[in-house]
Design a protein around this ligand. Structure first.
Ligand code: NI
Length: 244
């Protein structure tokens, strides 16, 4: 009897020891995992990636691309683009002409409501580099005010028409965004041509240039989203991509 009691106490002790060690090692493992996650997140912070200027290296940890649509809103094309983006749950970035935003303000409101980002594409789509400094600033400012008034948000992105702007024309609170994948949809390309250009050029960190102005763009969009997703990419707004 006594011997059995001692045996039970010893057994209980051993079990307690095992239980406590398992808990401790479990905790350690959790800590290590958390540190591992933090470490891998650290490696994609802009501070670290700024050291490597290769744009391909920026979002390697997560394959992200941004769809951008310029020159809108367009009365007929933009709603179709928005319908597809909504159905596919894809956030995009629209670079708006101030003049058209004023005209189709409901579409601008819809963009923001459905989670898209809107940026400045000047008021009347001019080549800013051909204007005086003062005129260029006014073109940008006027679009800024129109968008602010409609959305209640101040755009932080500027895409200069034709990709042309002089550095001293850009207000301090705007980031100039160009593109690195050109679909050339404005040249009257077929959906197949648009798709093929994206397939050839898509890469992590891609900013894809399109226009919510053409039927071909609408027709290519669903397939484009499907194919890019099949390659393991995730769609984000330009802001998310830049500050990733
Ligand atoms: Ni444009």
């Amino acid at each position: 009897m006594k011997r059995n009691q001692i045996k039970n106490i010893l057994l209980f002790g051993v079990l307690c020891f095992l239980l406590v060690s398992a808990l401790i090692s479990g905790l350690n493992q959790n800590e290590l995992t958390a540190a591992g996650i933090l470490a891998s997140q650290d490696s994609v912070l802009p501070a670290d990636t700024s050291a490597s200027p290769e744009p391909e290296e920026v979002p390697l940890a997560r394959k992200v691309v941004a769809l951008t649509f310029d020159d809108g809103p367009h009365e007929e094309i933009t709603p179709q683009i928005l319908d597809i983006l909504k159905k596919e749950k894809v956030p995009a970035t629209f670079f708006l002409m101030g003049k058209k935003a004023e005209e189709y303000l409901k579409l601008v409101k819809r963009m923001v409501k459905e989670g898209h980002q809107v940026g400045n594409h000047t008021y009347s789509h001019v080549d800013l580099s051909s204007l005086s400094n003062q005129q260029a600033k006014e073109e940008i400012q006027r679009a800024q005010e129109v968008i602010e008034k409609i959305t209640g948000q101040t755009p932080i992105l500027l895409r200069p028409p034709f990709g042309k702007v002089r550095e001293n024309e850009v207000p301090e609170d705007l980031i100039v965004v160009e593109w690195n994948v050109d679909t050339l949809d404005w040249t009257g390309s077929s959906p197949a041509q648009i798709l093929s250009r994206v397939q050839k050029q898509v890469k992590p960190g891609a900013i894809i240039l399109m226009h919510d102005q053409y039927e071909g763009t609408v027709e290519a969009l669903e397939e484009l989203i499907r194919e890019v997703r099949e390659r393991g990419y995730e769609f984000v707004t330009v802001e998310e991509l830049l500050f990733f």
